[in-house]
Design a protein around this ligand. Sequence first.
Ligand code: AMP
Length: 460
Amino acid sequence: MTFAELNLNPAILQAVTACGYTTPTPIQEQSIPLVMAGNDLIATAQTGTGKTAAFILPALERLSKPSAVPGKGPRVLVLTPTRELAGQVMDAARNYGRGMKLRCGSILGGMPYREQLRLLSSPVDIIVATPGRMLDHLERGSVRLDRLEILILDEADRMLDMGFSEDMEKIVSRAPSSRQTLMFTATMEKSVLKLAENMLRDPQRIELAVRTSSHELIEQRLHVADSLHHKKELLRHLVSDGKLTRAIIFSATKRDADDLARELSRDGHPAAALHGDMNQIARNKTIERMRRGGIRLLVATDVAARGLDVNGISHVINFDLPRFAEDYVHRIGRTGRAGANGIAISFVSSSELNYLERIERFIGKRLPEQNIEGLAPLSVLRRVSGGGNGARRPGGPGGSRFGKPGGKPKSATGGKSWDSAPKAGKAGAPGASRPQRGATHQPVVEYRSRRAEGHTGQNN
Ligand code: AMP
């Protein structure tokens, strides 16, 4: 199929051609005709599949005809979980809609109100927004949705996970029932389907095969960590390696990102944090410093690192494992770019075993464990056969993405199991010295799981 066969407006077609796109991607080929026919849609598609154009192009097609309703509110509203994603969607809308006379803008949390109020004071075609700020404007009466023709929920599963469910519902309750609603999600979780049930009308469903990207140039490995202290020791060792030219270190929380960056800087490493509490200007400045080589170690959270594109990242270090298996793939994809080799190292503690299993199922292979002399774990990692049986969706049979059998480590220090290793191993209260590494391999914490028996840690 070609773009011309999709019957798009010539101005849109021209913009798509100017972008160098020759054929629609599978998600575009399937969703564009359905959306142009006026259907509601729920689609599973990850970033990188061309999903943005899959909803923006038919939305632009709708905007090529004048609105039947007078007013100033948006005709198309895209809700996204993060400012970064909103930025990407806005860029795509401007890019694909460059041949049309459109008024678009974003309504994002953490940004000044003044510009947003100016944007909303005249008729606007497309708004890309994060839910909290959008609801804020609706409640203040600075925007109305009575002209809304298409509502798009991008990365709906992530918005749910970030606690935007109520905000989304309130926003939707202010939209006319005549609207068309499109929902894009990485996974078809129960909670997503429930949201869809409330917000979509007889939706068409598109489920694309999972794209886990092979990352052939990236060497992936795993270090078992007994405690937060142990993770820090491992990190300190790794960042002292001369082969590590530039690294992104992922932490679970903003606070840990700040703390780690501070500690690394104190140790003499040019390091900085990147997370969602920083305003956009500060984030851009940090990324620019990284690009120019002023920073060697960037400690980031997933949200802030989405869409981050810096060349020459030799290592990605998962100080904490991500909750979502797709994030693992996104994270490690920051290295091994442009034909270069990359190394992705993950630390796993007992409270993160559940996440490790999801990741291994998702990528379809087991991450090999490695030990560093003098820093070998005292714990034994025991996991389910993990990977190798073909990638399976998190949330599919064998593991619910929202299930918490292993507990949910809120932060590097939050998981209960952090303390269990020293306690169980009588390594002492905080502050007491660790038992000599390598001196004993008594399992201090056994990372057990459903079919654990018969699988012991490989290096213990
Ligand atoms: P997305 O999944 O929307 O984040 O898009 C991923 C990347 O694919 C973006 O850089 C787009 O510019 C690009 N892209 C989208 N559609 C096409 C297409 N039909 N052909 C080639 N590249 C595309």
